[in-house]
Ligand binder design. Structure first.
Ligand SMILES: O=C(O)CCC(=O)C(=O)O
Ligand SMILES: [Mn+2]
Length: 194
């Protein structure tokens, strides 16, 4: 059952237990064994940094973010099947997935918006969480005191609806007490290049 929240004009959808325990138990080792996880270095404010997490990428189109160009990469059948199920639950189609592997609570993602030009002006971004439960925080760009947060338990599907990226930033903060890993699959739709 989906829970919809209205965040001042942007909708957030949460499907707890979207992926059952048994499927999580087969998907998790498959992701660890079959995905070629990389620690990318990115350019932030003119300096190069290693990202504080590992990532992987599959897409029908190339994607540019934080000074990186991620090429078009064919989808493994397992992820293509998940993409269809995410599309049918959320009502949004996706042609790319960015996977994040947070090795422990030190790995994180800072405040940002998923607002690259390829995503268009009002993208929907769907996120499937596996492994350690982590805190996902959102704040309005124009009023950082206006915040919302949720705990992303394994198996949860989250949809940041159209409008969210224009007004809100999001982050997955460090959680030093967490020693176990988390994997997150973020499904996006990239506009074909003109
Ligand atoms: O790990 C998460 O839940 C969020 C990841 C994220 O925001 C991103 O990859 O852009
Ligand atoms: Mn994001």
């Amino acid at each position: 059952m989906v829970q919809w929240l209205d965040l001042q004009g942007a909708s957030l959808g949460i499907w707890p237990d979207w992926l059952g325990m048994q499927e999580q138990e087969t998907l998790w080792p498959w992701l660890l064994q079959e995905i070629s996880w990389q620690q990318q270095s990115i350019c932030l404010f003119g300096r190069r940094h290693l990202q504080p997490r590992l990532t992987a990428w599959f897409a029908d189109e190339p994607y540019r973010y934080s000074g990186l160009v991620l090429p078009a990469t064919p989808w493994p059948a397992k992820l293509a099947e998940l993409r269809e199920r995410v599309a049918s639950s959320t009502g949004h189609g996706f042609n790319s997935v960015l996977l994040n592997y947070y090795r422990d609570g030190n790995d994180h993602i800072g405040w940002h918006r998923d607002n690259e030009p390829e995503l268009g002006p009002a993208p929907a971004v769907a996120s499937l969480s596996l492994g350690a439960q982590r805190r996902f925080v959102m704040r309005r760009r124009d009023d950082h005191a206006c915040r919302h947060e949720c705990w992303l338990a394994p198996g949860t599907l989250l949809l940041m609806g159209p409008g969210m990226q224009a007004q809100w930033q999001h982050a997955l903060p460090k959680a030093r007490h967490i020693s176990t890993p988390r994997i997150n699959l973020t499904f996006r739709f990239l506009l074909p290049r003109r």
